[in-house]
Every structure is written in structure tokens, then in C-alpha cells.
Design a protein around this ligand. Sequence first.
Ligand code: NAP
Length: 286
Amino acid sequence: MKVLVTGVTGQLGYDVVRVLRGRGVGTVGAARAGMPLDDSARTRAFVLETRPDAVIHCAAYTAVDRAEDERELCHAINAEATRAIAGACEEIGAKLVYISTDYVFPGTGEAFYETDDETAPCNAYGASKLAGESAVRDAMKSGRFFIVRTSWVFGIHGRNFIRTILGFAKTRDALTVVDDQVGSPTYTADLAELLADMADSEKYGVYHATNEGVCSWAELAAEAIRLRGLSTKVTPVSSEMYPTKAVRPKNSRLSKSSLDRGGFRRLPDWKDAVKRYLAELKAIGE
Ligand SMILES: NC(=O)c1ccc[n+]([C@@H]2O[C@H](COP(=O)([O-])OP(=O)(O)OC[C@H]3O[C@@H](n4cnc5c(N)ncnc54)[C@H](OP(=O)(O)O)[C@@H]3O)[C@@H](O)[C@H]2O)c1
């Protein structure tokens, strides 16, 4: 099997390549220079030339606040390039694993979102990722695709909330962090294993995949600080204290029953994932 992975300079793509190569799977990593997603024709050509058996499409425009001002660019990268990739996959009979987000949901209430719940993104980034999902469905009438919605991603290769918090905690006695947005952190090392399993299977469909358990951003910050052995105090505050350009969903709880139905193993608990992530950071001197 040959797998093409997009976004290899990002958090998830980096770990997907690492996992696939660790399993001895022939892997081609695509970065911006070879596959510029703002150029759908070149994106399509890259897939056709590579002729993979499967594509794990991790690359995306992920600047959530900037997306409010760059809607067209965000849509081109997250929706139109995804359409080009999906169309090329269909043409050559390749499977596609498309990574989507909790932001396709409105984020209201407290219930866990099921995969077939109604979508209604509350910001431009979410709308572009949902358009990417539609593009996959439209372009791949064969149904040989996986749509995998994840949330609150952290990994060794890139910036993320945990790294930012630990950076602040080194020099501050106290931090204020929002506690009225609830969801599930997702360690790319864990998600990458699942995506590699999916690409090797025929269990197509829409899935939700995060580490198990839920928390608020304040709880995630406090746990990372505790595990790092720092004494910085985390004071929970409401989102209104931190206005952002893009609206953030307050409820990002994703039901993982789709993984059970598909016969895939759920990811480990988020606290266990954060612990392993801190060990990984320590190993590189962070
Ligand atoms: N981060 C989260 O909390 C989160 C939550 C839910 C879902 N997701 C989804 O999970 C996936 C992985 O996220 P991540 O955190 O790994 O993202 P990330 O670290 O921000 O990486 C994004 C990747 O996309 C590439 N990219 C962006 N614009 C591009 C362009 N015009 N042409 C080619 N490549 C381009 C980046 O390349 P450069 O390095 O060259 O910029 C980078 O490799 C994405 O689909 C994202 O939508 C993420």
C-alpha cells in the first residue's frame, strides 16, 4: 500500500507519516511546495502523479481567527483543494481520509454530538471545513472515504494550547483560562494510529475521534501545569473575558459511538495523553 499524507509540516501530518513509516507502509509526504492547496490544479496533479492507494488529508487552513478576514482563501484551501483531492482519488480508485472538526457543529447545549447530528458552523473556518466534507461526498460517489472530525489537537510538531500554556506558566504565578468551553483534547500520536488503521480498512464513513473524556480549557491548562510540576495557579474565567474575532463553540463534546460501530478502538483518556505528550516534550528538551 502507498499512502499520500498532506500537511506533513503540521502537527497531525507529521505524526501520521511517523506512524505509517513505523508500520513499514510506503508513505509519500506532501508539503506546501509540492502541493500548494491554494492551487487546485496543482493539488490534483500531485495526487494523480503520486497514484497512492490512499490519501490522509491532514493539511488545512487552520488560522481560525484570521479566517474571518480571509474567507475566500480559507474556502479555497479547505473546500476547493479538498474537492480536487477527492476527485483525483475517485479517478484513480484511491481511498480518502479527510480530517474535519468539531467546529462543523453549532456548539450549543451540553449533549455529545453524534456523527449524523445537524451541522451549523459558528465561524468561517468551521464553514470551510464543512464545505470540505460536502466536497468529499460529492466527488466520491464510490463512497471510499472517511470523514474524521477531531478537536483540540496537540502534537510534537507545531504550536498548540498546551505548549502556549506551559510557556506562560514558566514565568507567571497565575493565569486566567476560559472554563465555559468544553471538549476533548486530541493527541496527534494517538489519532495518527487510528487514521493509519482506517486507511488500511474498508470501514468507510463519518467518525468522531478524540481522546476519551471531556474538560474545559482551564482544566486542560491546570492538568498540564500540574504534570509539569509547576505551581502556577489557573483561575477559570468566562469566554466573555477573552473576546476573539471568530466565535468559539462552547460545547465541543463529540460522541465516539461511531468508532464502536466501525470496530475501531477508542483513543486513550485525555489525561493519559497529556502525560505522554509532556514526556515527549521532555525528551526533546522542552
Ligand atoms: N488544531 C486543532 O485544534 C484542530 C481541531 C480540529 C480539527 N483540526 C483539523 O486537523 C487537521 C490537522 O490540524 P493540525 O493541527 O495538524 O494543523 P497545523 O499544525 O496548523 O498544520 C496545517 C498544515 O496544513 C498546511 N497548509 C496550510 N495551508 C496550506 C497551503 N495553502 N498549501 C499547502 N499546505 C498548507 C501547513 O503547511 P505549512 O507548514 O507550510 O503552513 C501544515 O502542514 C486539519 O485538517 C485541521 O482542520 C485541527
